[in-house]
Design a protein around this ligand. Structure first.
Ligand SMILES: *[C@@H]1O[C@H](CO)[C@@H](O)[C@H](O)[C@H]1NC(C)=O
Ligand SMILES: *[C@@H]1O[C@H](CO)[C@@H](O)[C@H](O)[C@H]1NC(C)=O
Ligand SMILES: *[C@@H]1O[C@H](CO)[C@@H](O)[C@H](O)[C@H]1NC(C)=O
Ligand SMILES: *[C@@H]1O[C@H](CO)[C@@H](O)[C@H](O)[C@H]1NC(C)=O
Length: 370
């Protein structure tokens, strides 16, 4: 009798556990569509003839899914996009659009269009010879969108885009670093444009591209603002700055652009019915890590873990001949430009569950559950 009770009880429990699991499954992010630059590139540049590549060792050394082999990600492990997808329940990482196997079922959980060297403006990143700018990334999404009609049927596909997918766009840093601020007159735009007019161009272009994504049924958007690009090891090294200094002009441009981005997102939220635009304050988050690095268990926020040249190993990009630090989890920066996985984890956690200081008007878990 006691035995039978136990059995009944445990099968009731099992049912409850099962229900709970199903309840949770409904809250999983179905797909993540990732646009942007090297901060979130998951391997597109592997398929371009470009000077900007990361599919060389020791990049990816801590990336478990590849057994530590390079994948084209510009960091030692997962990007912020990877971590956010995992935490929100995306079943698989978004596949790079240019990967030959990015067809059929492989696109179900999302596609990554990001490209090292890419920017909002077409001319950005020209020094790398090849990269995907945002215009082209959105053109590629148009191809994906039609593939989803085939995969799920038109009605389901529309619902999947509008309700179950998140569209993240992490872009803008290269428009300054590899366009406006370039000293070479024939490449940079600085000679002919004031910061105001250059940033106007960026914002107008971005408005068009976000509107195009909306026309293709994107509704849940997250836009990363531009980080403190004056504080990356590359900038600090070439400008021969001290540990606690950053390049003023670069940071000022980022702050000015970020203010305009905030206004743009507010105006799009008003003008595009049913769309939600969330701003990820990457600037404030990365600045917090740089300023208070020791609080987060890092030993340096100035020296690249993998790189060579100058006082912060900040001139020559990370590659097989680079020197590498002994403890990768103790560096905010993996290479002269990009945060380490340890830093990405902290940033991603704040974006997922943090408050409006870092992610507004809602965090990514709330955006997913809308
Ligand atoms: C996830 O991706 C791997 C390859 O990276 C593939 O083998 C696996 O089938 C995928 N899982 C699902 C659920 O599609
Ligand atoms: C696509 O191909 C790449 C490279 O061969 C592989 O790492 C990846 O697991 C494949 N993805 C899927 C979804 O099959
Ligand atoms: C940027 O490049 C894309 C693709 O090559 C093209 O369609 C678009 O018109 C260009 N935009 C500008 C402003 O030149
Ligand atoms: C998507 O591509 C089609 C052509 O296949 C074009 O007519 C349409 O304007 C494009 N949509 C957007 C938003 O770019």
């Amino acid at each position: 009798m006691a035995m039978a009770m136990d059995l009944r009880l445990s099968s009731t429990l099992a049912c409850l556990v099962l229900l709970f699991a199903i309840g949770n499954a409904a809250e999983e992010l179905a797909a993540s569509f990732v646009f942007g630059d090297s901060l979130v590139d998951a391997g597109n540049n592997n398929y371009l003839s470009t000077l900007s590549r990361a599919n060389i060792r020791p990049n990816g050394i801590d990336f478990k899914a590849s057994g530590g082999n390079p994948t084209g990600r510009y960091t030692n492990g997962r990007t912020i996009g990877d971590i956010i997808g995992e935490e929100l329940g995306q079943p698989n990482y978004s596949i790079p659009f240019l990967a030959p196997n990015s067809t059929g079922e492989a696109i179900r959980y999302g596609v990554n269009y990001a490209s090292g060297g890419g920017g909002i403006l077409n001319a950005t990143g020209r020094i790398f010879v090849n990269r995907l700018g945002l215009d082209v990334q959105v053109d590629y999404f148009n191809i994906t969108r039609k593939q989803f009609d085939q995969l799920l049927g038109a009605a389901k596909a529309k619902d999947y885009m509008m309700k179950k997918s998140i569209f993240s766009i992490t872009i803008g840093a290269n428009d300054f670093l590899n366009n406006y601020l370039l000293p070479v007159l024939s490449i940079g735009a600085r000679i002919s444009q004031t910061p105001d007019s250059f940033i106007d161009d960026m914002i107008n272009h971005l408005r068009d591209q976000l509107t195009r994504l909306y026309q293709m049924d994107a509704r849940k958007f997250v836009l990363g603002n531009v980080g403190p690009i004056g504080c990356i090891p590359y900038q600090k090294t070439i400008n021969q700055l001290a540990e606690n200094q950053c390049v003023d002009l670069a940071n000022k441009l980022a702050i000015q652009y970020n203010g305009r981005l905030k206004d743009l997102l507010a105006s799009l939220s008003e003008n595009l019915p049913g769309a939600t635009f969330v701003e990820a304050n990457v600037y404030a988050l990365v600045m917090e890590l740089i300023t208070n690095y020791d609080k987060y268990g890092f030993t340096t926020a100035t020296r690249a873990c993998c790189g060579n040249g100058g006082q912060f190993a900040g001139i020559i990009p990370c590659g097989p001949t680079s020197s590498m630090c002994t403890d990768r989890s103790k560096h905010v920066f993996w290479d002269p430009y990009h945060p380490s996985e340890a830093a990405n984890v902290i940033v991603a956690k704040q974006l997922i569950d943090g408050d409006e200081k870092y992610i507004s008007p809602m965090n990514l878990r709330q955006l997913r559950d809308l």
